[in-house]
Design a protein around this ligand. Sequence first.
Ligand SMILES: Nc1ncnc2c1ncn2[C@@H]1O[C@H](COP(=O)(O)OP(=O)(O)OP(=O)(O)O)[C@@H](O)[C@H]1O
Length: 768
Amino acid sequence: MTEKSEIKQLDEKTIEQDHLDDVVEKIKISENKLKEHIDIAEDDLKVINGAFDDIHVGMDGDAISMDSALSIHAQQQMLDERNNSWHQSKQRLEILKKLENNPFFARLDFQEKGEPKRETIYIGLTSFTDKTDHFLVYDWRAPISSIYYDGKLGDVEYQTPDGLQNVDLFLKRQFLVENGKIQAYFDTQETIGDQMLLEVLDGKSSTHMKGIVKTIQSEQNKIIRDTKSKLLFVQGAAGSGKTSAILQRIAFLLYRYRGTLTSSQVVMFSPNMLFNDYIQDVLPEMGEQNMVQMTYSQYLARRLPNISVESLSQQFEKQEDPVKKNVSKFVSDIEFFKILTNYGKLLNQSGVSFKNIKFQGNIFIPKEKIAEIYYSFGPQYNLGNRLDATVERLQKMLRRKVGSEMRSKWVSEQIEDLSQEQLKMLYDTADQEFKNGDDEHRFLARKIVMAAMQKVYSQIIHLRFLNVSVNYLNFLKAVPKITDLSKHGITEEQWKEDIDDFVELFNNKQISMDDLSPYLYLYDLVTGKHGETDMKFVFIDEIQDYTPFQLAYLKDKFPRARYTMLGDLNQSIFTKKNSQTLLSEVQGLFNADETRVVQLTHSYRSTKQITDYTKSILTNGQRIEPFSREGDLPNLLVANSIDESLSQVIDQVNKNDEKNYTTAIITKSLKESQEVQELLQKKGVEATWIRSENQRLATGTIVLPSYLAKGLEFDAVIMWDASKNRFDTDEQQLVYTIASRAMHRLTIATVGELSPLLQRVPEKYYTK
Ligand SMILES: Nc1ncnc2c1ncn2[C@@H]1O[C@H](COP(=O)(O)OP(=O)(O)OP(=O)(O)O)[C@@H](O)[C@H]1O
């Protein structure tokens, strides 16, 4: 930089700092006004609550007067209004406090087509005006802000709710602000310059994910601001910012549809609970509420409270023989979903199984009778209506039964045995009068029968008379008649064995992941459940671990939602190779013109050296562009025994500690992670063992199995025991997933010869 331009920079910086100070000043004024508002609202709330108490005191246990009722209503309304306004002010104050430290991170100078004047705007976490329509800061999600992330200088366009808008962009400036002081600024031609991004990426990992508002990349911006697609499918390399981008997308959507969209209408399915915990701060940091978050298995398992669903570790550790793999593939596909859908239609004519409805241990309405009622309705009924009509009919039968049951012997006996206490409980009032003894007897008999029949009533309305498991079993048995199993490499004998496995598990109150979705889908078909129409946006992360069946089922569950699915087909650690065809299968569920597929090819997480290494693990030539952030070459630690390997690993952990890097030692299996943790403990090395998805990430060194590391990242990763026989040939994706968790340093430990999956990495990419 020449002396002259340095001086110019300094002057500019002072001007910008003055402007920033001015904005901060105004933010503070606004904060004070809000605080006053909050105080007044709090005082008002106290007064209204006090008035409420007075009304309650005046009630004296008598019937409440009309005046009081009106007054309560008015007070309640007032209370709600004040509460809302208090709540909103509080929220706004929180976000203004954040803005005060860092009011903006970018500036744009531009001229709108046809307008005489240039405009300058500043962009920050939220918009801020000091008077109506006088924007000192624009929200990063405002339409105009898009050009900061998107275009180059010159003629650029951006999307507004009314269509495309063109502007001439002269200047794009980025600021690094800390506690109200501009540390540096960069004028940039490109999308968010490398310098700023480098600063951010060089930072340390944390137990909670951070937002990326200031450095969203142009390819990510497209995902964030998409409002058209019914299906937005994002395929991106490890560390390409898929998860980061969709969290920003959720914040964008909540802003864009403010007033019509709430965070409870957005759901995100994530790989495990640990991951949920990892990302939970991102939206609140941006002043938005978190969306609904769950895992797929959680979403379904809550509907079967008495049955335990195969856990993540069981799914992962299960060693399947080739036959089982064929069966598993068959029941995971869209075709199986269609077979089941069609089977559901057949049930309209016959085939639904029922259970007897019992009363006091005896059959009250036999299952055959229920089936007769169910199929007595004409063909114009669908399964759902049929069931509703059956419930109505059964309730009617129950009511008729009350009369006859009241005259039965057990009722008279019970009345005779009633104590004074029990009698009092049955009477409507303590001094209830009856015309005569018969009248009283009838009254008591009805009460007793009704109480006893309550259970039957509840069996009926909760559809306990449906034999859900037998229905599913019947379906499984029907499958070989509906489709040619040999096409899927399955014999009838093998299919039968699979059915036996289902029955055996089910008798032990367990169900496999393979059976869970079809089981519940059949239940939904029979009950005519329509899915949650209120859900507007569904996000599915790590899509490669879902089966096409599961995705078809989710689509059925949220029929009106728009879907964003993201994943990396190279990280399919549960479904392995099957996922390569996933995209085409999923696309088949949506109209082609409502689908958009986006590829993210830049990898931001890791240093260039680590990305070069992990990229070479993959054989299918995926396009992955490393970000030019430099670091050490990954290192390979070769030992002759577990003991030696352990001391090498401890050495490495110490080296990482010196650099203030948090180390994650990632093992293949859960059992191994436990062993490593114990070995470390014996050597006096402190490390937290993450063994279940319900735990939280800890600071300091951690040891965890591969399938729990999904979606997470760490400063330094040590891959434990990558030796020759540890990984199967089809586990390339697992090895890639483990290695790609590292941000700054990657170490591979092996006892004896290295796994062939890693031997293919060229020697120039690592040190020994
Ligand atoms: N635009 C960006 N600006 C700053 N940091 C970014 C950006 N995009 C991604 N990152 C960082 O890169 C890392 C990886 O991002 P993220 O976890 O979202 O990637 P991912 O594609 O979901 O990865 P994976 O599939 O491996 O789980 C995170 O540390 C994230 O903060």
